[in-house]
Design a protein around this ligand. Structure first.
Ligand code: AHR
Length: 332
């Protein structure tokens, strides 16, 4: 009996076909390329977080993670440790993984155009959350969700103007700025300066970055106290720096909230406690609970729906009395 063996040509074609199938399968699992969907068809969101520099940031991360789970969105989360280059790397990874939507909170305002253009070319919509970028080309992102930082700085300044309206001599102010080049540092500084311009007695005698951390706030406040014998007011761009500064002020033998008036931004639990205890004098609120609104936007931009160019968070301010009332129900 004669057996029909396959010709060399047929074997070559079959081998090539098998190899191609195998390579395609490897490609899927290596790159996670599943057509932009989670394994179960969920929307995939790549989120690049600034870092974990403050209690505000921790609350924001929790809000994003919990809301993604609640909304049935698959979250790829990256912590950039306060470094722009890490955020750019994370965004490029999200593009490679073909996520459906990218959201990020830019550590600084400038230098995003190239990577945002890469996302746009890959047809992946981008949402800015919490902090903004200064890109002239607004088509590089779909929307911004977050606070009016200028307004926060202005509220802090207006409160101070009212408190010091009877002052006849100079009122010396020191300012602990947030991360250099970040939107909240730039905008809070601007809003505060605009408001205190109403009273020429109010003077910023020193202003330096404490990078939004407690350690930074303490260290810079120590320098301020050494260099300036008369400090009347501290404006800290967040609670954490203000809380760090409390240690420096107490160590210098001064009474926070009395010898030095302290104004901060955020209203996280520890900040509100310091305010209720009389160590802080005033806080302009900045809400970190952006998760639910963000997930709503993710779904909308994924479905190609129109969204407003800017969505601002509702915020308030707190005096010492108001902090005592609000503290028991504070969520973060
Ligand atoms: O971008 C929001 C700011 O970043 C918060 O005020 C501050 O606490 C955080 O680190």
């Amino acid at each position: 009996m004669r057996t029909h063996l396959p010709s060399r040509k047929v074997i070559a074609v079959l081998t090539a076909a098998l190899l191609a199938t195998g390579m395609a399968a490897c490609g899927n699992s290596d790159t996670g390329d599943n057509g932009g969907k989670g394994d179960d068809g969920k929307i995939t969101l790549g989120f690049s977080q600034v870092g974990a520099e403050s209690a505000w940031r921790t609350a924001n991360t929790t809000s994003v993670k919990e809301s993604a789970t609640a909304a049935g969105i698959e979250l790829k989360f990256d912590d950039a440790q306060q470094k722009q280059e890490n955020q750019i790397k994370a965004i490029r990874n999200f593009i490679q993984q073909k996520v459906d939507v990218i959201a990020f909170s830019p550590v600084v305002e400038s230098g995003w155009d190239t990577v945002l253009k890469e996302a746009k070319d890959a047809k992946i919509p981008v949402i800015l959350t919490d902090r903004a970028v200064d890109s002239a080309d607004k088509s590089l992102y779909k929307t911004f969700l977050g606070s009016d930082f200028v307004k926060e700085g202005r509220s802090a300044g207006e409160w101070l103007v009212e408190q010091k309206k009877a002052a006849t001599g100079p009122v010396n102010i020191v300012e602990l700025q947030g991360t250099t080049g970040s939107a909240p540092a730039n905008d809070r500084k601007k809003g505060f300066a605009e408001a205190i311009a109403a009273n020429p007695n109010l003077k910023i005698i020193a202003s330096q970055s404490g990078d939004f951390t407690r350690a930074g706030g303490k260290q810079v406040m120590e320098q301020f106290l050494k260099a300036n014998p008369k400090i009347d007011v501290l404006f800290a761009h967040n609670d954490d720096m203000g809380l760090g500064a409390l240690e420096a002020i107490t160590a210098a033998g001064k009474v926070p909230g009395k010898d030095i008036t302290i104004i901060t931004v955020d209203a996280v639990k520890d900040g509100m406690q310091a305010l209720a205890d009389g160590k802080f004098n005033f806080i302009a609120e900045c809400s970190p609970l952006l998760g639910p609104q963000l997930m709503d936007l993710v779904k909308k931009v994924h479905n190609g729906e129109e969204v407003p160019a800017r969505i601002e968070t509702q915020e308030t301010t707190f005096t010492q009395e108001q902090a005592k009332e609000a503290l028991p129900n504070r969520k973060y």
